[in-house]
Design a binder for this molecule. Structure first.
Ligand code: AMP
Length: 278
């Protein structure tokens, strides 16, 4: 049965007492198949799988959905148990940040691009909590979804830059049958919006097909942003092509890239990305 631990001291003691390799999956809870796929991947390559369930206040902006973000500890623990998770760390915010931090983690190259341009401070909050969690969890490997491509890129760089012992492993995006990337925030969608939401991924695939035909990225970008709104989104926050190597913006499709997008369906912000190779 999956154990629940709520304090940093107990979690550190527990993780450091384990014999054998530790795979760790940080989450904000409201678990779905995307999260479970990371845990299953961990269970395949590590002796113990540990999970954190923590809605991290540090990564939410003042007008974002911190208060309304779904929280359901018991159901999440049952799901963790169903895939063989040894223990979950579920601290209260006051426990995680028991005193005011004087240090935070900042990526100086890409934190203000894409999602970072619209969510100031978001990635500092993410990197800071992930660093704390990796250290507390004594993780040999940690599993993150490609769904949050920019986040994954930055966590890879954090592990590299700070010589962390944890190996960072990116895992494929799990989608609904109609193509919508699974997300805890999909629950916010009305039935009507839910029926239109897969259009984002659909249009991104059309962009990929047009790039393969040699159509110029600049005209495609404009076309696709309009198409996203025409197909039911209220706005397209960004649609960009980024270098797979540096994550910097590309003005032409000249190297392996990610197509990254964020768009609003009502008040719900959805993100997605696909890999586009030459
Ligand atoms: P979150 O709870 O949204 O912070 O996500 C926790 C982890 O699950 C992150 O590494 C996400 O990238 C990953 N994740 C979320 N949705 C998916 C998905 N649809 N497929 C794969 N991984 C996902």
């Amino acid at each position: 049965m999956t154990q629940i631990i709520k304090t940093r001291a107990e979690w550190r003691k527990f993780s450091h007492s384990l014999k054998g390799s530790i795979g760790f999956v940080p989450t904000m809870g409201a678990l779905h198949q995307g999260h479970l796929s990371l845990m299953e991947r961990s269970a395949q390559s590590c002796e113990h799988t540990l999970v954190s369930l923590f809605v991290n206040p540090l990564q939410f902006g003042a007008n974002e959905d911190l208060d309304s973000y779904p929280r359901r500890l018991q159901k999440d623990v049952e799901l963790c148990n169903s895939v063989g998770v040894k223990a979950v760390f579920a601290p209260a915010p006051d426990e995680m940040y028991a005193y005011e931090h004087q240090n935070i983690v900042v990526n100086q190259e890409v934190e203000n691009l894409y999602c970072g341009a619209y969510r100031p401070g978001h990635f500092r909050g993410v990197l800071t909590v992930v660093l704390k969690l990796l250290m507390l969890s004594n993780a040999d490997k940690a599993f993150f979804g490609e769904k949050d491509r920019q986040q994954l890129f930055m966590i890879h760089r954090m592990a590299l830059d700070f010589d962390l012992k944890t190996e960072i492993i990116g895992c494929p995006i799990i989608r609904e049958l109609d193509g919508l990337a699974m997300s805890s925030r999909n629950e916010y969608l009305s039935d009507y919006h839910r029926s239109l939401a897969p259009n984002l991924y659909q249009i991104m695939n059309e962009v990929q097909a047009k790039l393969a035909l040699g159509i110029d990225w600049n005209s495609l970008q404009e076309w696709a942003k309009n198409e996203i709104v025409d197909k039911g989104f209220d706005s397209c926050q960004y649609l960009e092509l980024a270098s797979q190597k540096s994550l910097q913006k590309l003005n032409t499709f000249s190297e392996p890239a990610y197509l990254l997008a964020a768009a609003y369906m009502g008040t719900t912000r959805l993100i997605d990305n696909i890999e586009i190779n030459l």
